[in-house]
Design a protein around this ligand. Structure first.
Ligand code: SF4
Ligand code: SF4
Length: 250
């Protein structure tokens, strides 16, 4: 039997009250507040930084680099582990709760956007993930996030898809499957790299079993950082790609 903590019970009761009051449960992707412990985008306070590079050396993914003596964070490589924040004795690094970190490789052509704007069909490819990203993607279909409210849905066949969402670092076992799935999607097509493994692959590098990021195998249009990215971060990336954020883009 499912056991609820006191806090969990309060949340469920609040949710039920809201459903009774409004008649609906579905939320806009950006309407909820982030948990206070959520680790989002890193910020670097230049005035506190001694350039000791301890943070860079502690980062397990190589997400931190110094360019011209300036600390640069590679969001795609970051797994938001908080190690760099812990080791910085000068409190020059901290996490915000910002999750809207998706980026486009280039401005997608107006033609693609016009073609796909009203509805988008997605085929998911797990190229070798730990399944954390996949679980967050599954949540897109629940009544809270309800991806279909945006006219976006998952399909079983790449031949019916407009977009591939790729999770996981690409393993050599699945490299061919990823290429074939990409080829089977009719043009114009989009590719989203979901999570730090697919977006950068730096956490695993390259080995006898691993090829690396999705971008090494197929052209990627949208990167959504996170380990794993929250469902809201994925919806932000989808709406950013389709130019449907209105005034809500960062
Ligand atoms: S550990 Fe802190 S002080 Fe040292 S380089 Fe990194 S941010 Fe700057
Ligand atoms: S949060 Fe972790 S992965 Fe991200 S930059 Fe800091 S140490 Fe590296």
């Amino acid at each position: 039997m499912l056991a609820l903590t006191a806090k969990g019970g309060t949340i469920v009761i609040g949710l039920l009250k809201q459903i009774i009051k409004t008649g609906r449960v579905t939320e806009q992707y950006d309407s909820g507040t982030m948990p206070s412990r959520f680790r989002g985008q890193l910020v670097h306070e230049e005035s506190l930084c001694l350039k000791c590079q301890v943070c860079r050396d502690a980062c397990p993914t190589g997400a931190l680099e110094f360019n011209n003596n300036q600390l640069v964070v590679d969001n795609n490589a970051c797994i938001f582990c908080g190690r760099c924040v812990e080791v910085c004795e000068h409190k020059a690094l901290s996490h915000t709760t910002e999750y809207r970190l998706a980026t486009l490789t280039s401005q997608l052509s107006a033609k693609i956007r016009a073609t796909l704007q009203r509805s988008l069909h997605i085929r998911h490819v797990d190229a070798g993930s730990c399944n954390a990203c996949d679980w967050e993607m599954t949540a897109l279909n629940n009544p809270i996030y309800d991806l279909q409210q945006y006219g976006i849905d998952f399909v079983a066949s790449p031949r019916h898809a407009d977009m591939l969402m790729v999770t996981g670092v690409v393993t050599r076992n699945l490299e061919q499957a990823l290429k074939m799935t990409y080829d089977a999607v009719p043009a114009p097509k989009l590719v989203m790299a979901v999570g730090s493994c697919a977006a950068s692959g730096k956490i695993y590098g390259e080995s006898y079993a691993i090829r690396g990021s999705a971008g090494k195998i197929i052209p990627v249009d949208i990167y959504v950082p996170g380990c794993p990215p929250r469902p809201a971060a994925l919806i932000y990336g989808l709406l950013l790609a389709l130019d449907r954020l209105g005034g809500n883009s960062k």
